[in-house]
Write a protein that binds this ligand. Structure first.
Ligand SMILES: Cc1cc2nc3c(=O)[nH]c(=O)nc-3n(C[C@H](O)[C@H](O)[C@H](O)COP(=O)(O)OP(=O)(O)OC[C@H]3O[C@@H](n4cnc5c(N)ncnc54)[C@H](O)[C@@H]3O)c2cc1C
Length: 471
């Protein structure tokens, strides 16, 4: 059983399939050296420290859970197509089971492994474990998935039922082959220094299925914050503003079907409202992007996107990009979000929408640079969700109705009316009066003196005059 982005025992279809037909199952996870120790085409670390740490914790938790069930987890660093192959050959297994991935890099790895296995008379057996919906239950073939989210939703949500998640196995037979278990790498082994979580973070993520289930339980049953989700999902500071389940969902520590059935149980036993529905609605977005990835393949990664647009006006401008990336644009709402992202690996959906729109539509920088940076830094990076959202914001996605221009200052005033969020991440703006917190570039010299603040020294001058959004 080759674990990939499905680091869980509950609702793990590949694991269930393996157990159904085998007397012996050998669980294995490979830290793919191409995912951890390389850089992206624009020169970012492919997997930065936040996600690397989260994955290490998730694998540790998986090993612990497998041990409790009577089994083990073999761990390797290298190329899965070589490491899994070596074990399959040495142990003379029949099949390698895994949950199928659909994006190019992941497909290349599974294809290479499959070829290697064929050479020794073995094969891969694929299962499906990523989405809420099974593609075979949808009322259309993948190639005919509606390109607009609302059409997709209307065709699916009322008519297609979501299958129940599989329970975790009661036990897993231990394997008899004598295989070196391997040690789980440290952050240093994966090319990062160890680090402390930033004290300003609104939430501390810890990888693993156990923590995922705890968070789910606390968000629904203990705090019942789910009941306020729709009202507060655009808040920026407080911890409960959204479920914070994304890193666990992305690494497969939590199955979306499990989340859905827990929501239904909560609605039945406690209460259903617009907020409980809305979390399901957001999960449908995730399925939609995954289906767009399947339908349009590599287009989601290309500059012209799904629409194959000519995006020549967007430049690979590293100088401008770096100001954005480091949170030094002089536009507090953008800088605060980028500082939070750089310090924690996470920002809210509202923050993501704004910084991405600003990079593309105001700075006219190639959106792929932003998407690649997100791929590097996000703790919850998921190929289809990330590149799909960036496609949409760049206007090259499948759904042109979803492309919006975000007026940064209106957004800042609406979602951070008192500037609390901005001041949290940019303490140098502490003394700026509330009315000007989002537009410090408009302070006269006299006003700067009064606030004991020097624009250009204490905080960068705005790279774009904010009156473009306030006129
Ligand atoms: C430019 C951009 C890049 C993004 N990159 C990623 C990414 O790499 N990985 C990722 O999981 N999400 C991504 N998102 C979607 C969204 O911002 C995050 O899923 C969400 O902020 C995570 O916080 P949460 O778990 O508290 O979300 P909640 O608001 O509690 O939502 C619950 C779950 O629904 C799913 N979801 C919610 N919104 C979206 C969405 N717009 N698209 C797809 N799935 C969604 C996630 O799995 C999320 O955990 C991106 C959004 C934008 C605008």
């Amino acid at each position: 059983m080759w674990f990939r982005q499905d680091l869980r025992l509950h609702d793990n279809e590949a694991l269930r399939d393996a157990l159904e037909v085998s007397n012996e199952v050998i669980p294995i996870y490979v830290f793919d050296e191409r995912v951890f120790n390389t850089t992206t085409p624009f020169g970012f670390k492919k997997t930065d420290k936040f996600r690397a740490k989260f994955i290490i914790e998730s694998v540790e938790n998986l090993r612990k859970s497998l041990r409790k069930k009577g089994s083990e987890l073999i761990v390797r660093i290298g190329k899965p197509e070589e490491e899994v192959y070596k074990i399959a050959k040495a142990a003379k297994t029949n099949w390698v089971f895994c949950n199928r991935e659909r994006t190019q890099e992941e497909v290349d790895v599974q294809d290479a492994l499959e070829k290697a296995l064929w050479s020794i008379g073995q094969e891969i057996r694929y299962s499906r474990g990523k989405m809420l919906y099974y593609t075979q239950d949808l009322p259309f073939p993948v190639s005919h998935t509606p390109d607009s989210f609302s059409s997709f939703r209307k065709e699916v949500e009322k008519f297609v039922s979501i299958r129940e998640p599989f329970l975790p196995p009661n036990s897993i037979p231990s394997f008899t082959s004598d295989i070196n278990l391997g040690t789980i790498p440290t952050l240093e082994d994966l090319g990062h220094s160890s680090f402390e979580i930033d004290k300003r973070a609104s939430f501390v993520f810890e990888g693993g299925e156990d923590k995922a289930l705890q968070r789910l339980h606390s968000y629904l049953w203990e705090t019942k914050n789910i009941l306020r989700y729709k009202e507060i999902k655009n808040n920026l500071l407080e911890e409960p503003f959204s479920s914070k389940l994304s890193p666990w969902i992305s690494q497969g520590c939590l199955s979306p079907k499990k989340l859905f059935y827990e929501l239904k149980k909560f609605e039945k036993e406690h209460k259903a409202n617009k907020s409980t529905y809305w979390l399901f609605f957001e999960l449908m977005w995730r399925d939609f992007f995954r289906l767009m990835g399947k339908k349009h393949g590599n287009c989601i990664f290309k500059k012209g996107g799904i629409k194959k647009e000519n995006s020549l006006h967007l430049k690979d401008d590293y100088r401008i990009f770096e100001l954005w990336q480091k949170g030094r644009t002089g536009i507090p709402f953008i800088d605060a979000n980028m500082k939070e992202l750089n310090a924690t690996g996470y920002i809210s959906n509202r923050g993501r929408l704004n910084v991405a729109s600003f990079l593309i539509q105001d700075l006219k920088v190639n959106w792929q640079m932003g998407a690649e940076y997100f791929e590097s830094i996000l703790i919850d990076y998921d190929p289809c969700s990330n590149w799909g959202n960036w496609n949409q914001l760049a206007g090259v996605g499948s759904d042109s109705k979803e492309m919006k221009y975000y007026n940064i200052i209106s957004q800042a005033k609406r979602y951070d009316p008192h500037g609390d969020y901005v001041k949290h991440w940019l303490p140098e703006l502490e003394r700026i009066p509330k009315e000007r917190i989002h537009i410090p570039d408009t302070l006269s010299l006299g006003e700067q003196k009064e606030a004991n603040f020097v624009l250009g020294a204490d905080y960068p001058k705005a790279m774009l005059n904010t009156n473009r959004w306030t006129r």
